[in-house]
Design a protein around this ligand. Sequence first.
Ligand SMILES: C[S@@+](CC[C@H](N)C(=O)[O-])C[C@H]1O[C@@H](n2cnc3c(N)ncnc32)[C@H](O)[C@@H]1O
Length: 250
Amino acid sequence: MKNIIINAFKPGYFYIMFKKLIGRLKNSNKEKGLNWVKNQTNITIEEFCKNIDEALFLSVKDDVEALELKANYLLKNHNTKIGDGGNYLLLYFLVRKFKPACVVETGVASGWSSLAILQSLEKNNFGNLYSSDFPFFRLKDPEKHIGLLVQDKNLKKRWHLDIRGDEIALPKISKLLGNTKIDLFHYDSDKSYSGRDFAIKTLRYNFSQNCIIIFDDIHNNLHFKDFLKNENQKHQIIEFKGKYLGILGI
Ligand SMILES: C[S@@+](CC[C@H](N)C(=O)[O-])C[C@H]1O[C@@H](n2cnc3c(N)ncnc32)[C@H](O)[C@@H]1O
């Protein structure tokens, strides 16, 4: 409680913390979301990637195992756990395969997804990552934990990180990008319907025509189902460790 109060007094924190609290009180439709996704999925991450490029997927697995070793070592020495990692194997694979010039992600926490994307961009020797996050306000000095897995200076050169929360960071990133289009978008921050909707509305005109869009934890509500109604594109829903992610554009 002490940390929450201290963090709430930091400039820009109270509004986002308050919004999160209100969001928690609203009916999330989680049960409906879960029922919907369960009937939509029939493929594993491994099958999905192998269908796209089996040889690449097999070679990428070694890189990702090395990444896991490094990340687990750093986390073991860090002692504070912040958030679960997104699907870094999928992200690493997609970046290697489609060689995006511009990747945007929301939700960094300790940085599994950021590390995977940055390391894959580095391997391509091409592209940049723009990330939005908001500190875990239950922790003391939460800012210092964000992206702790990204230590390498070469990786940081490709990284623009804004930790003021999606509400502020995404409009800023949209403006910063200007005419540069987003080729890959990964959403893993505020899991509410309104948070997801805000991100799409803010970045819509920044997406390239073939932009790959990935939403994590789509079982939390019916946002992905509604989102698909307006998009005339192929999509895939994949179960991963009891959670579900939705992919559009492949
Ligand atoms: C599930 S974690 C992200 C995990 C990360 N993608 C990984 O692979 O390690 C969710 C993150 O989103 C952040 N978050 C929650 N609400 C947010 C908001 N409104 N704006 C930006 N980030 C937010 C949380 O503080 C947390 O760091």
